[in-house]
Design a binder for this molecule. Structure first.
Ligand code: KG4
Ligand code: ZN
Length: 357
C-alpha cells in the first residue's frame, strides 16, 4: 500500500510517501520537509498568518518532489493523507485542501490524520513496535503520556496542566537571549554548564497522577536569571544546564508514574515510545534509556528528523488507517483542537474544565 502524506499544522511544510507491506512493515520512499524557521525567527515564535501563506507557497512543489523522489505518479498511490489538526487552522486548511483536491482528481481515498496520531504511530514504522505501548509525546504544543492500544485506541494517562515541555524550552531560551527555536540552543548551552549551580523546583514530583507542570519551573529560571543579571556566558550555560536537569528529573518521575498506572489498568506495555520535537534532546534520551533499562522495557525513539514534524508520520498513520478500511469524506473540516483521547477529562488547571472538547 502506497500513501502520500501532507503535514502543515505548524511551521514545517512536509510531504512524504511511505509503503506499508501487508505484514505491517513500513518503508519510507521519500520524505521532504521545508522548515519556516527563518520566516518566524524575527518574531520569536510562529506567526499563524505567515505560516499559512508559507505553506501555500511551497506545498505543490514539495508534493511533486516527494512523488518524484519515490519514482511514483499520482496513479500509483493507494491513498492520500493530510494532517487534519490539531494545529494552526490556516495551515491545516492548506494541507487538507491540497490532499482533497489530489484525491478527488486522481480518484483515490482521502484520509484525515490526527497530527498526534502521526507522532504516536511513527515508532511502529521505525521500530516495528507492537500494541500496547506507552507513548511520551513531548513537543512545542503537547506534553502527554498516552496508552496506545491500537490504531485509533488511545487512553490519555496524563498531560501538562500549563506549558508544554518544548514551550518551556523555547520560553527559557527567549528569556536568556537565545535564538528561536530554543530547545536545541538550550541543549547546546546546557552541555557546557553546571546543572547544580541553580536549585530549581521539580513541579509535581512524586504525584501518583502522571501529569506535568512547567510554568513554575520557567518562572524559577527567570528569577534565578534576574538574581545574577547581567548574565555572563557562564551564567547562561549554568541556567540552561540547571533547567534541563530539572526537566529530565520531572520527565523521568512522570514516566514512572505513567508506567504504574498503565500496568494497573492494562496489560504490560511492549515498549516506552518517545515522540515529538523534545525527543531529539540527548540528555532526555539518555535518562529515558536508563529508566527503560531499569524497568526492563524496550525504548523506541524515532531518529530526530522523525521526532520533529514531518510528512512520513502523516503518510504512515494514513496507511495504518487505510489498512483498516478507515477513510474520510471531503467534508472533513480542519480542526484547531483534536484530542487523541476524546473521552479524557480536561486536565485540572488547563482552563478547559467544562469546555466542549
Ligand atoms: O514536534 P515539534 O517539531 O513541533 C510541534 O510542536 O508539534 O516540536 C518542536 C519543539 C520546540 O518547542 C523545540 O524547541 C523542541 O521541540 N525541541 C527541543 C529540541 N529540539 C526541538 N527541545 C529540547 N531539546 C532539543 N534538542
Ligand atoms: Zn508535532
Amino acid at each position: 500500500m502506497l500513501v502520500l502524506g501532507i503535514e502543515t499544522t505548524c511551521d514545517e511544510t512536509a510531504a512524504a510517501v511511505v509503503r506499508r507491506h501487508s505484514d505491517g512493515r513500513g518503508e519510507i520512499l521519500s520524505d521532504e520537509v521545508l522548515s519556516q524557521i527563518a520566516e518566524h525567527a524575527a518574531f520569536g515564535g510562529v506567526v499563524p498568518e505567515i505560516a499559512a501563506r508559507a505553506h501555500l507557497d511551497v506545498l505543490d512543489r514539495l508534493v511533486a518532489r516527494a512523488l518524484a523522489k519515490a519514482s511514483l505518479e499520482m496513479s500509483d498511490l493507494d491513498g492520500i493523507a493530510a494532517a487534519g489538526g490539531p494545529g494552526l487552522v490556516g495551515g491545516v486548511l492548506v494541507g487538507l485542501t491540497m490532499a482533497k483536491a489530489l484525491a478527488l482528481g486522481a480518484g483515490k481515498p482521502f484520509v484525515a490524520v490526527n497530527h498526534l496520531e502521526g507522532h504516536a504511530l511513527t515508532p511502529r514504522l521505525t521500530d516495528g513496535v507492537t500494541f500496547p505501548y506507552l507513548l511520551l509525546l513531548v513537543s512545542g504544543g503537547h506534553t502527554q503520556l498516552i496508552a496506545v492500544r491500537g490504531v485509533g485506541d488511545y487512553v490519555k494517562l496524563g498531560t501538562t496542566i500549563d506549558d508544554a515541555v518544548g514551550e518551556a524550552f523555547d520560553k527559557v531560551a527567549k528569556m536568556l537571549g537565545l535564538a528561536y527555536p530554543g530547545g536545541p540552543r538550550v541543549e547546546i548551552e546546557a552541555e557546557r554548564g553546571d546543572p547544580e549551580r541553580f536549585d530549581l523546583p521539580r513541579p509535581l514530583l512524586g504525584r501518583a497522577a502522571p501529569d506535568f507542570s512547567l510554568s513554575g519551573l520557567k518562572t524559577a529560571v527567570r528569577l534565578a536569571a534576574e538574581s545574577v543579571a547581567p548574565l555572563t556566558a557562564t551564567d547562561v550555560a549554568d541556567l540552561c544546564a540547571s533547567f534541563q536537569a530539572a526537566v529530565v528529573d520531572v520527565i523521568i518521575d512522570r514516566v514512572r508514574a505513567a508506567l504504574r498506572v498503565f500496568r494497573e489498568r492494562f496489560e504490560p506495555p511492549s515498549a516506552l515510545v518517545v515522540a515529538g520535537g523534545v525527543g531529539a534532546n540527548r540528555a532526555i534520551r539518555r535518562a529515558l534509556m536508563r529508566l527503560s533499562g531499569e524497568a526492563g522495557l524496550r525504548l523506541a525513539v524515532p531518529p530526530p528528523a522523525l521526532c520533529t514534524d514531518n510528512g512520513t508520520m502523516i503518510a504512515w498513520a494514513g496507511a495504518e488507517r487505510l489498512a483498516l478500511g478507515l477513510t474520510d469524506g471531503f467534508d472533513f473540516a480542519a480542526r484547531a483542537r483534536w484530542p487523541l483521547d476524546a473521552n479524557a477529562a480536561p486536565a485540572l488547571g488547563s482552563g478547559r474544565l467544562g469546555a466542549k472538547a
